[in-house]
Write a protein that binds this ligand. Sequence first.
Ligand code: SAH
Ligand code: SF4
Length: 429
Amino acid sequence: MNKHDSERMAGLLVERGYSQSDSSDDAEIIVFNTCTVRKHAEERFFGNLNNLRSAKKANPNLIIAVGGCVAQAERDRIFKKAPHVDIVFGTHNMPNLGHMVESIESGRKAICDIVEEIEIMPTAVPSIREKAYHAWVPIIIGCNNFCSYCIVPHTRGRETSRYIEDVVGEVERLVSGGVIEITLLGQNVNSYGRDIYGRSWFAKLLIILNEIPGLRRIRFTTSHPKDLADDTIAAIASGEKICEHIHLPVQAGSNSILKAMNRKYTKEGYLETVEKIYKAMPGVSLTTDIMVGFPGETEEDFLHTLDIVEKARYDSAFTFIFSPREGTPAARMENQVPAPIKSDRFDRLIKLQNRTSLEKNQELTGKDVEVFIEGASRKNENVLTGRSRTNKVINFVGSKDLIHSEALVHVKEAHTWYLSGEIKEVLVR
Ligand code: SAH
Ligand code: SF4
């Protein structure tokens, strides 16, 4: 979501005549798009902001803007810690970035623009995409789930879906501009439509998008396990453009921790969903987010996390150490887990997941996979790199004129993070 927001911020500034700079040293405007999901990211941001003090002294015309979730949650702290900041804008104020920059240019003092509820969908503003062939497409913004550790509902507001015709219209425009792959975005894509249509229209949306001529790959993230419905699994399994990859954040394996997290599913319920997914799509790739060290997590609770990881057999996982976020219930819980225990559990979890990732990749050796060729490897010009429908990175020798083609690649070797193979046949040029 943040990457997508950054593309829109760039689009707004380019519309005003700016161009993107490769380095912050010669930039006239520096925009920070911040994340506050974990304390570490927030601390790094404040460090980076502090480093700009001397740049601002040397060039008082430099405009420094801060947007995103830290801006939304910590507006006062930003100005207090960094008086050299010109603009602080909230998660819902991004469409005004161009106007704010204009005001600073015309001599106005520092601006703080933060509202609590969404007024203009960020999709209404232009974007400069990182990749010509791929676009992020938000379908629902905000979150109503209030997991007890999570700051997102506090900084992004309540769920707000886009109308189905707006989403379809945008995707059609993107495809006529050369996009072949989209990733639908939402904190919980399975909630899509509930606020405007009274129930989830996610499966319906997938089925409609699957019919758009010229579009080749439909991806989506994130699916909340409590809401992944059977009709959605069926749509993914049958839609030829809908990629067989489901990101299904589990967070923890113990029922008492899941309850304290307010996740609204049990270990058994989650594993039933996983079983349904594997049954409907045997070659699917399943990925997840997992957290260790939630307040009150005992060794026994943690063993349930290892157990669910073992049973669900994830292709990969984003792993997190619980980080108390001010304003969330979990931050105030008394039974916080000591840091050395958290880090020990984290290491054990990563070890198990890495082993599973390698094993899952090994299951692909000797098989042919459909690959969209994204570019050449940075390390070796003769090596091309692409992605399978299941979102696996695969490297193979090939000529550069195949970039942005689709090919069948024979998998020769499996590694933890990627596959190596040999090109067998070019499918679509
Ligand atoms: N909407 C998505 C998650 C968005 S945040 C979902 O529900 O799955 C991405 C991930 O960050 C979460 O899945 C969680 O694993 C992690 N995360 C969120 N808050 C955290 C916290 N306070 N400490 C550590 N990790 C956290
Ligand atoms: Fe955060 Fe839970 Fe919402 Fe995901 S579903 S954004 S983890 S509150």
